[in-house]
Design a protein around this ligand. Structure first.
Ligand code: SF4
Length: 327
């Protein structure tokens, strides 16, 4: 399957309050293939949203510093090098995006219809009436009931699930080749979560678009994604086909995430947990950033970052596997 988006050695930094450099993404690489879903997984603060926002260069710079790497789209150009006008065309055009909290992305001062019309007319030569008709179709595709009422409503009068459906409809307005979904179900209850994920999957089947799904929920990615990238403290720990990672995790952090998932196969009264928490950007430990929490840590782990090792179609950054892989 061809690559649609390829992040190569992405490095995104911020300047801290004392002018120190805080590294939010350190040499992260990933690939979204045409028609497939890539899941990016990790705890809060591991850098997955920074990577996700960098796909469309959405982080304001400053304070963000795009310190290195490339974001190659369609094998033709580097998004990180595009000018403002080209970026504007790409956003909401060939790449659609939905966010964790749709309330923050929708403008409460305008009706849903006005906002959808603006999004459509920004990229397509549609009249007001045509844009409204397209909005109706898009909302219907996103399984929104009573579309006329919703078009004339303001975002604050809709439920969380309905707002997220509106966001999906807006993101689809220009038939994107890639949909980037940053924690799209975190703010929703379990029933609505599964409806939203089913909706994205069914639209993907119909349109053939690629999806990048960013989430802390490993089970969700295992069920829906084709491939998976696990991140920790701004680094890529492990990447592989999603089913292989969830069945046979290699990296100790991934193992911890897999073992701490609730599952019908787990009979213990308490689920295992990964001790400690993700370090802040200002206090990342040297060496492997996971070593203070890792049950397998060796002496070298505290001083040197592990090299990436290839295992066929898998990649893992851990001293346990260094020099043992195959390419
Ligand atoms: Fe654990 Fe060392 Fe592997 Fe890091 S490199 S995950 S500390 S074994």
């Amino acid at each position: 399957m061809d690559s649609l988006l390829e992040a190569r050695n992405l490095q995104v930094h911020f300047r801290g309050p004392n002018k120190e450099i805080l590294k939010a993404a350190e040499g992260v690489s990933f690939e979204a293939r045409k028609g497939e879903t890539l899941g990016i997984v990790g705890e809060s603060g591991c850098g997955k949203s920074v990577c996700c926002m960098s796909i469309l260069k959405l982080l304001p710079s400053p304070p963000a510093i795009y310190a290195g790497g490339e974001m190659i789209f369609d094998g033709r150009f580097d998004i990180l090098k595009l000018n403002k006008k080209s970026l504007q065309e790409l956003r909401g055009g060939r790449i659609g995006m939905i966010f964790q909290e749709p309330m923050a992305a929708l403008n409460p001062a305008y009706t849903i219809g006005q906002q959808m019309r603006e999004a459509i007319q920004l990229h397509l030569p549609a009249t007001k009436a045509e844009a409204r008709e397209m909005s109706c179709d898009l909302l219907a595709k996103a399984r929104v009931p009573d579309v006329s009422r919703v078009l004339d409503s303001y975002s604050f009068s809709l439920s969380g699930g309905m707002r997220q459906r509106v966001m999906i409809a807006m993101a689809l307005s220009c038939q994107p080749d890639l949909l980037v979904a940053d924690e799209p179900t975190t703010a929703l209850d379990a029933t609505i979560q599964s409806q939203i994920i089913d909706l994205i999957s069914s639209i993907q089947e119909e349109t053939g678009m690629s999806v990048i799904l960013v989430t802390h929920d490993l089970s969700l990615v295992s069920e829906t994604a084709d491939s998976m990238l696990v991140m920790y403290a701004g680094f890529a720990c492990e990447s592989a086909p999603a089913n292989e990672i969830s069945e046979h995790p290699l990296h100790p952090y991934t193992k911890g995430l897999v073992e701490s998932r609730p599952s019908s196969r787990v009979t213990a009264s308490r689920l295992p947990v990964i001790p400690g928490s993700v370090p802040s950007l200002a206090s990342k430990p040297p060496g492997c950033p996971f070593h203070p929490r890792c049950a397998y840590a060796k002496a070298i782990c505290a001083s040197q970052f592990p090299p990436e090792t290839a295992y066929g179609n898998r990649k893992v950054s851990c001293w346990l596997y260094a020099g043992e892989g195959s390419s």
